[in-house]
Design a protein around this ligand. Structure first.
Ligand code: GAR
Length: 222
């Protein structure tokens, strides 16, 4: 078997997706090892969680780069990742738009999770956007990162129903549960070298298909 990939995780906040990745790597379900967690916010609660896994952490405070080109901050982050020998970058609630320079450096090796079924509802508050739009099916997406926000080739998606009476919080919680399933799945496939990008499509080598045919909302038995 090939060596575990060195994975860097970028966060800005609570880091629940980061934890799902760390747990999956620790359990040996993903052939990767967490090399470094970087936050752009010194107060991100995810930093302490990363430390509790024994993972090295770094903070590159965005505040210190205020008024300077975005790329300068990204270069500082990149240096930390390089120094830690990172091969794959996972954005896990990293709420910062990346410079084209950074995106290019990590092209094909950087993935992101977004709480909506892309290409619907990119940007902030994907769950709120789905609710306000009246969508009956919502979900989450893991995708390769390209120069546009929440836009690159899609690796994995999970769909959930939007239920009557849902609030942004209840819908977000339902989606988050699925985020924690598909992010480790996507990272596993990437670490296993099973993903190929062809244009906008991602091909998965040896993909097993044993899936329900559809999710229909409202429930047809209503
Ligand atoms: C997650 O829901 C993630 O999908 C979202 O931020 C949250 C971070 O939570 N990301 C985006 O909206 C990216 N556009 P976490 O810190 O607990 O993983």
């Amino acid at each position: 078997m090939s060596a575990a990939k060195r994975v860097g995780i970028l966060i800005s906040g609570r880091g629940s997706n980061m934890v799902s990745l760390l747990e999956a790597m620790r359990a040996g379900e993903v052939p990767g090892e967490a090399a470094l967690v970087v936050s752009d916010r010194p107060d991100a609660p995810g930093l302490a969680k990363a430390a509790s896994f024994g993972v090295a952490t770094a903070v590159v405070p965005r505040r210190e780069y205020r008024g300077r080109p975005r790329e300068e901050h990204d270069r500082a982050v990149h240096e930390r990742l390089e120094a830690a020998g990172v091969e794959i970058v996972c954005l896990a609630g990293y709420m910062r738009i990346l410079s084209p320079w950074f995106v290019e450096r990590w092209q094909g090796r950087m993935i992101n999770i977004h709480p909506a079924l892309l290409p619907s509802f990119p940007g902030l508050h994907g769950q709120r956007q789905a609710l306000e739009h009246g969508a009956r099916i919502a979900g989450c997406t893991v995708h390769f990162v390209d120069a546009e926000v929440d836009h690159g080739p899609i690796i994995a998606q999970a769909a959930v129903p939007v239920l009557p009476g849902d609030t942004e919080e209840t819908l977000a919680a339902r989606i988050l549960e699925q985020e924690h399933r598909i992010y480790p799945l996507a990272l596993r496939l990437l670490c296993q070298g099973r993903l190929t990008i062809e244009g906008r499509r991602v091909l998965v080598r040896d993909e097993q298909i044993d899936l329900p045919r559809s999710l229909v909302v409202p429930d047809p038995s209503s």
